[in-house]
Design a protein around this ligand. Structure first.
Ligand SMILES: C[S@@+](CC[C@H](N)C(=O)[O-])C[C@H]1O[C@@H](n2cnc3c(N)ncnc32)[C@H](O)[C@@H]1O
Length: 473
């Protein structure tokens, strides 16, 4: 495709900031920016209408997708500010198509530093997008007037929105209120961390080699660098497509956040993996933690893992994960809480030595990677999710052997899905004992300093871990 000389293309783009997306945010030569802004605005409209960014991006023309993903993620990280600015510029709600183009341009342009293109370029290209779209052509003069005023009066307009907490923190009001209540001393840091870019972290398959050796392979074979995080993790200095990772297809390495890499060691620590242990991974797709458990157990180990997953489509991803890593588990598509449906098939109704319950949750700990999550969730989702977590805990606990351990975790930072859930469980079960556990881990650096286990830099997702042991009757 040829591009007219006066239309900026992604090759004019500023250098991406640290950690910006993986392969998906690489510049796309020769693609007109207005087209990408138009597609980004359409995606933003769909996300604000309740669809996940992942699903929406799948519908974007393949050639536009990487650039649109980078722009959409940035727009979602600045959506609170953009909506406040749009209201200041146009107090009466414009049609959704126009609103979302304005919000896209404002989200990307309001901060000079960090804008993917110079603000005047974003403005002129947003106007171009309106002129080229029959659904908005008639409004292009209005869009032009709003955005030119924004360029002229930017500082005053931004200052006028500063008192609005949604504009200031780019999270919904209820989310900010919850975090303030849960973490009176740290809520601002958590919100700030949520708007940063997450690093790309690898888990080295310890069956194939050490993390130290893989770090060297990264440098020698792929010109990539990183630092060791935890016993088998490597945080890359820059994200890279998995196709660039040496031995990825052969199962030498997987992509997994540093906090998620804590699950398998926490559950297995102190267990004899040379014995024929029965382990249940109750909510398993896409299988990251299932695979880590099996990698730790080792080749030829008699440990058996049953992986349950309610969503049949997601369950297929467990199979793909295990196949690439040459690992085996019994995968069953079922509702883990409906024990009678799967227990006999899993292990003939024998009790389990260890259970991993990586429960469905708000995903409030991974908003750095999924910036749409904060705008998709409703406050009422939290109590519904907490009830689901409680149902799963209650259903699975009786299946644990006396002396066995259950690791409860969520990628949530809200206490309702972590500490409060476990406190309530302990108060109902006098045979449950809380072992030394990490508790709530915050996104970015862990509250306790820079360390997350051995060698860790602590730049991880938000997570909650509670390790429970069943006392003898
Ligand atoms: C947090 S994800 C699990 C991530 C996984 N442990 C990993 O490390 O790759 C939670 C999963 O639980 C599944 N799920 C939700 N409710 C379930 C239920 N009642 N029974 C089984 N799986 C369930 C969801 O479909 C989702 O795939």
């Amino acid at each position: 495709m040829s591009t007219p000389a006066n239309i900026p293309t992604v090759s004019n783009k500023r250098a991406p900031t640290r950690g910006q997306g993986a392969a998906a945010s690489q510049p796309q030569q020769g693609l007109a920016l207005w087209k990408q802004l138009d597609a980004t605005a359409q995606c933003l409209q769909a996300v604000r209408g309740g669809q996940s960014a992942t699903a929406v991006l799948e519908q974007v023309e393949r050639s536009l997708r990487p650039g649109v993903q980078a722009l959409l993620f940035q727009a979602l990280r600045q959506l609170g500010r953009a909506v406040a600015l749009r209201k200041a510029l146009a107090p009466r709600n414009p049609p959704p198509r126009v609103d979302n183009l304005l919000c896209t341009a404002l989200a990307l342009a309001w901060q000079e530093e960090g804008a993917p293109y110079p603000p005047f370029t974003l403005v002129s290209q947003a106007v171009e997008a309106a002129k080229n779209n029959p659904a908005m052509r008639g409004q292009s003069g209005f869009i032009n007037a709003c955005l030119r005023r924004f360029l002229r009066e930017r500082d005053a307009l931004v200052a006028s929105t500063d008192k609005d907490p949604v504009a200031q923190w780019n999270h919904p009001e209820w989310w900010i209120r919850r975090l303030r209540k849960d973490y009176p001393d740290h809520w601002q840091q958590i919100l700030q961390a949520n708007n940063a870019h997450a690093p790309m972290t690898l888990r080295v398959n310890q069956q194939h080699g050490t993390a130290q050796d893989y770090l060297k392979r990264l440098a020698d074979e792929a010109e990539l660098s990183g630092v060791l995080v935890g016993p088998v993790g490597i945080e890359l200095s820059q994200p890279a497509p998995v196709s660039r990772l040496p031995g990825f297809e052969a199962g030498d390495v997987s992509v997994q956040d540093a906090a998620a890499q804590m699950a398998a060691p926490l559950l297995l620590e102190g267990l004899d993996t040379a014995a024929p242990l029965q382990i249940l991974d109750a909510c398993a797709a896409p299988g990251g933690k299932t695979a880590h458990l099996l990698e730790m157990a080792g080749a030829g180990s008699p440990v058996q893992v049953t992986a349950l997953e309610m969503d049949g489509v997601r369950a297929r991803r467990i199979g793909e994960t295990l196949e690439r890593l040459h690992l085996k588990a019994g995968v069953i598509v079922c509702d883990a809480a409906q024990v009678e449906d799967w227990w006999a098939q899993a292990n003939g109704k024998a009790p389990f030595d260890a259970i991993l319950l990586d429960a469905p949750c708000s995903a409030s700990g991974i908003v750095r990677r999924h910036p749409d999550v904060r705008w998709l969730r409703r406050e009422s989702d939290l109590s519904q999710l907490a009830r689901l977590q409680e149902r799963l805990l209650n259903a699975l606990w009786p299946l644990l052997k006396p002396g066995g351990r259950l690791l409860y975790c969520t990628c949530s930072v809200f206490r309702e899905e972590g500490e409060n859930q476990v406190k309530a469980f302990l108060s109902r079960n006098n045979r449950a004992q809380l072992l030394t556990s990490p508790g709530h881990l915050m996104p970015g650096h862990s509250a306790g300093g820079d360390k997350l286990g051995q060698n860790a830099t602590g730049d991880h997702d938000g997570f909650y871990y509670a390790l429970l042991q069943k006392l003898a009757a």
